[in-house]
Write a protein that binds this ligand. Structure first.
Ligand code: SAM
Length: 417
């Protein structure tokens, strides 16, 4: 219901929110978004009282607000926010945003007044990436049955929503969050205002919840653990602590051009090597721990490279295209169906005339690595019908921590036609 207008409530709320912040809400706002990073959607941003609290690791806030007066005030607040904030018109039940675009969603005193809580939470889940975080600060139903709950029911059925811009004093918001597929990780319950007689809207919760993750890939099912776990106890077997020899050679020969995507970038050695040569590079991976290490290395070495969580089985969701794509050690971890999905996503993000460099274990020679791939496997995956032409397919080596001189590999250069 974009365009929802509550002019009187909006005017009152603009003053009330300032007073509430002074009375202690500002501290809850700061705690609500502490530790967030990446892209954040703030649903129902009101007059933008949250904006001042976003930490610098947040790269963009998209703030959605349907009430025109509050939205105008939010636009003003966005101008002095410490992180980039874009304010847009829209309602929580139908966010004008794409799927899986955000690392986190923030709702602050919003789920009490949306028309349809379940629909609003389903929308938050839709725009979050798998494993994304929901931060909530809401007033809710009294924790225990009793007189206050009865009062909450009574006022919600009568005057409360009319007086307070559609607000309901006693919704069971935590149950709704869980029903929408989130796991509530932590909840802080408190009364606000902290002293005084209390009112139907004085029971608050502040906390975070995590959206269920993506389905495990065939490799994860086989090993029985998520990719992230490979990075937990010391270096992973493929993480040789420097760029792969074959990638260095390709980069030194000038075979990377345009904006570069490193799919399954791990701890980023290859991406950083290419970025150090002056090209814009995005490394994506499903392993958050690996990305954290990659970001740390980039900072320590003073190299500009971007690292983001993304599922290579849905590269099209990146919504970007690249002149060169590198896959060093990812393709071979996928099974038949996954390979088809992966190749389709690669086609979506590789510019026409662009290049994919693929380094994978081969099935030729002694001491083959896990997941050996044959020439035929590669030819079957990268066909003209799917928009590809293999321009060279050479034997090479993939270095690992358990081979003295690497394992047999294919170095494939594949053109996007
Ligand atoms: C063998 S490692 C290679 C890492 C890096 N490219 C290198 O050469 O050191 C494979 C990487 O792919 C990542 N990965 C596996 N499945 C993925 C998926 N569906 N989407 C994105 N990354 C994935 C893993 O987390 C892991 O970091």
């Amino acid at each position: 219901m974009a365009g929802t207008s509550h002019p009187l409530f909006a005017r009152v709320y603009e003053r009330l929110s300032v007073a509430m912040d002074r009375a202690g809400v500002a501290e809850h706002r700061r705690a609500l978004v502490a530790g967030l990073r990446g892209r954040v959607v703030e649903v129902g941003c009101g007059n933008g009282r949250m904006f001042a609290h976003y930490p610098p690791e947040v790269t963009e806030v998209v703030a959605v607000e349907p009430e025109p007066r509050l939205r105008a005030a939010a636009e003003v607040a966005a101008g002095s926010a410490p992180v980039p904030v874009r304010v847009i018109d829209g309602v929580a039940e139908a966010l004008p945003l794409g799927d899986e675009e955000f690392d986190a969603a923030v709702v602050s005193l919003v789920l009490c007044s949306v028309h349809d809580q379940a629909a609003a939470l389903a929308e938050a889940a839709r725009v979050l990436r798998p494993g994304g975080s929901l931060r909530f600060f809401e007033h809710v139903v009294a924790e225990r049955p009793g007189a206050l709950r009865r009062v909450q029911r009574l006022v919600d059925a009568t005057i409360w929503p009319r007086l307070f811009g559609g607000c309901h004093s006693g919704r069971d918001t935590l149950a709704a969050i869980a029903a929408a597929g989130f796991t509530v990780d932590d909840v802080h319950r408190f009364r606000f205002p902290p002293s005084g007689p209390g009112s139907p809207s004085s029971h608050h919760v502040r906390g975070s919840a995590t959206l269920a993750g993506r389905a495990p890939t065939s490799h994860e099912r086989m090993t029985g653990q998520p990719w992230d776990a490979s990075y937990a106890d010391g270096p992973a077997p493929w993480d040789v602590g420097r760029p792969q020899r074959e990638v260095v050679r390709l980069a030194d020969e000038g075979r990377f051009a345009g904006t570069v995507l490193d799919a399954g970038c791990g701890t980023g050695e290859n991406a950083l090597y290419v970025a150090a040569r002056g090209l814009p590079v995005l490394g994506v991976d499903v392993a958050e721990s690996a990305l954290a290490m990659a970001r740390r290395k980039a900072e320590e070495r003073g190299i500009a490279a971007e690292f983001a969580v993304a599922d290579a089985l849905h590269l099209e969701r990146l919504g970007r295209t690249f002149g060169t794509v590198l896959d060093c050690g990812l393709f071979h971890t996928f099974d038949g169906d996954e390979r088809l999905r992966y190749v389709a996503g690669l086609a979506a993000v590789t510019e026409a005339g662009g290049t994919l460099h693929l380094v994978c274990f081969s099935d030729e020679g002694p001491a083959t690595g896990p997941h050996p791939v044959s020439r035929e496997d590669l030819r079957a995956a990268f066909t003209a019908g799917r928009g590809w032409r293999i321009t060279s397919l050479e034997p090479g080596r993939v270095e690992t921590r358990f081979h003295d001189d690497g394992a047999p590999a294919w170095i494939a250069t594949i053109a996007r036609v």
